[in-house]
Design a binder for this molecule. Structure first.
Ligand code: GLN
Length: 276
């Protein structure tokens, strides 16, 4: 079989397990060939199907996310190394970066904080926009912190991204951090028993990065009230939210003395709140 035929069959086989079967097949094939996806697509009439493809497809058919199989995920045009210890960057989270960029046009931030940075997603994407900025990424999972450190080097930002162990539920965690012009966070916000959470996400991605109590709001209740003391005058914060959490998180922000503005993702779903 040719690469083209194999891709077609693989995409069909992946239909029951994936919302992006064709893309998944292409990414796995490119990985097996050691090529970029675009190179693979350009050359695929010439290449033989590598032996390594079938086992990769098998893992995907069993539900493992593509990013964990190939060990990387693109976000905001950057390639992040990914392990099962970190939340896989989602395109929806680019909403936060775009909203920050828009809000800070003409006033580039000097200091950026990312609370719960995981593989470094939001911090490194933001630092890629503002080359003069310095950032701190806080992460409570040691395994995730190691991935974040690796990505700061991988993306050439090790001197600007200070990845630190920390937990915002611990008193005093922010005492030595100072203030920030931009605070970013994609905290855990899934309800513990959320029936809508994709089974593969629950099975393969770290629970600590996903779940935040019975109503999914535990992380906001702990972190949002601490935001005013961490912002410079005129500073802003952008928090990712679940699509049904805008009202509840806005109320938490108001009680903390913050004004909240809603931003939606490309699908039109509420996705982020800007606090100022
Ligand atoms: N958007 C993710 C999901 O629904 C959840 C991310 C998070 O909890 N921060 O799979």
């Amino acid at each position: 079989m040719t690469v083209a035929e194999t891709l077609r069959d693989a995409a069909r086989a992946l239909e029951p397990v994936s919302t992006t079967p064709r893309l998944d097949a292409e990414l796995l094939m490119a990985h097996a060939l050691g090529a970029s996806r675009s190179d693979m697509l350009l050359r695929h009439s010439l290449d033989a199907v590598p032996d390594g493809f079938a086992p990769l497809l098998q893992r995907r058919l069993l539900g493992q996310p593509v990013a964990q199989i190939v060990g990387e995920q693109e976000f905001y045009g950057l390639s992040f190394a990914i392990t099962p210890d970190v939340l896989i960057p989602r395109a929806d989270s680019e909403t936060l970066i775009e909203a920050a960029r828009e809000a800070l046009t003409g006033k580039p931030p000097s200091r950026i904080l990312d609370c719960g940075t995981g593989p470094g997603t939001l911090l490194l994407a933001a630092l890629s926009i503002w080359p003069q900025a310095q950032g701190i990424g806080i992460e409570r999972s040691p395994a995730a912190l190691a991935v974040a450190l690796g990505n700061a080097s991988r993306l050439g930002m090790a001197t600007r991204a200070d990845m630190q162990a920390g937990d915002w539920t611990m008193p005093g965690w922010a005492d030595a951090l100072g203030r920030f012009d931009l605070i970013l966070a994609n905290p855990p916000y899934v309800e513990d028993a959320d029936p809508d959470l994709a089974p593969d996400v629950r099975a393969h991605e770290p629970a600590k990065a996903l779940f935040a109590g019975a109503d999914g709001l535990d992380a906001y209740r702990a972190l949002v009230p601490q935001v005013p003391a961490l912002l410079t005058p005129g500073g802003i914060a952008l928090f990712e939210i679940g699509s049904r959490q805008a009202a509840a998180v806005t109320a938490i922000a108001l009680a903390a003395g913050l004004i909240a503005t809603l931003h939606s993702d490309l699908a039109g779903h509420p996705r982020a709140l800007l606090f100022s």
